[in-house]
Design a binder for this molecule. Structure first.
Ligand code: ADP
Ligand code: TMP
Ligand code: ASP
Length: 239
């Protein structure tokens, strides 16, 4: 497999074509951004930690019957993935109130959401990823009805698998964001699952172990990601 030209450089990852039209290389960079790119920093080791973390989670999800784009690790900070036609929407499940839902609905951080709630956002930094509903997705043609239904079903299935995985390691999965794409007519999980795109709290102390440490200037960002990885048994050797 030959890595070819850069297709896209996002805020935290870069995407490269390969000699296989159905495969891409994802490069996890140390760049870290929050508030739609307004706050930026370079965090040592983050790219490699997130690459290994993502591989571990994607493999667990695949073992639970959820098809993902992940194929294999190529380097400390690179993975081979299936090339998806991404739907321009973000799927968020929340088990506990935190972040934007607190601001939007005036709920206090830490309130249990039972049953968990689901939100769609449009992937558009210039518009600050506005919240959208299924009617918007349908009217603007961002995805078809059966694809919307599958994204919701798969996002909740991920919750069943990962809530338990993190609970077994002493953590609360507060919320997370997933992105899906089409691969030859199938709805497949793409992008990443790392502490950059979810909220994780220590179950006993409620210490934040995710990108809120960066957003809120709490420090120890990559150290927290590494702690989560160690608790789960993610192999971080050599990075
Ligand atoms: P952003 O675009 O939000 O700044 P990233 O820096 O993480 O985010 O860039 C990665 C980009 O690659 C995202 O736009 C994401 O939608 C896209 N992407 C992730 N996985 C795949 C895939 N398997 N196939 C095609 N595109 C993907
Ligand atoms: P929010 O509380 O800011 O709406 O975020 C909900 C979850 O989704 C949180 O775990 C962070 C994640 N997320 C991203 O990863 N990228 C984004 O662009 C947004 C808006 C949220
Ligand atoms: N992922 C978005 C950004 O990088 C939003 C966030 O995480 O706060 O700006």
């Amino acid at each position: 497999m030959q890595k070819k030209q850069e297709l896209y450089a996002g805020k935290a990852k870069s995407v490269y074509t390969t000699d296989d039209p159905d495969r891409l290389v994802l490069l996890f960079r140390n760049d870290t951004s929050a508030f739609d790119g307004e706050k930026k920093a370079q965090l040592d080791r983050k790219g490699a930690v997130n690459n290994r973390f993502n591989a571990f989670i994607m493999q667990r999800l695949a073992a639970s019957g959820i098809e993902t784009h992940f194929e294999k690790l190529l380097a400390n900070d690179e993975s081979l993935v299936k090339k998806l036609k991404m739907f321009p929407v973000e799927c968020v499940v929340r088990n506990i109130a935190a972040g934007s839902i607190c601001r939007r609905l005036g709920v206090q951080e830490g309130v249990d959401l039972n049953p968990p709630t689901f939100e769609f956002f449009l992937k558009n930094d210039a518009l600050h990823d506005p919240m959208i509903n299924e009617y918007h997705i349908r009217s603007f043609g961002w995805a078809r009805d059966h694809e919307v239904a599958q994204m919701k079903e798969l996002t909740f299935k991920v919750n069943d698998v990962l809530k338990r995985l993190f609970a077994d390691a002493g953590m609360l999965l507060v919320d997370y964001k997933l992105e899906f794409g089409d691969f030859h007519g199938r709805v497949v999980l793409g992008d990443e699952f790392t502490p950059d795109g979810c909220r994780l709290w220590d179950v006993a102390t409620r210490k934040k172990l995710d990108k809120d440490r960066f957003r809120q200037g709490l420090g120890g960002v990559v150290e927290a990601y590494e702690e989560v990885a160690h608790r789960l048994g993610v192999d971080l050797s050599g990075i």
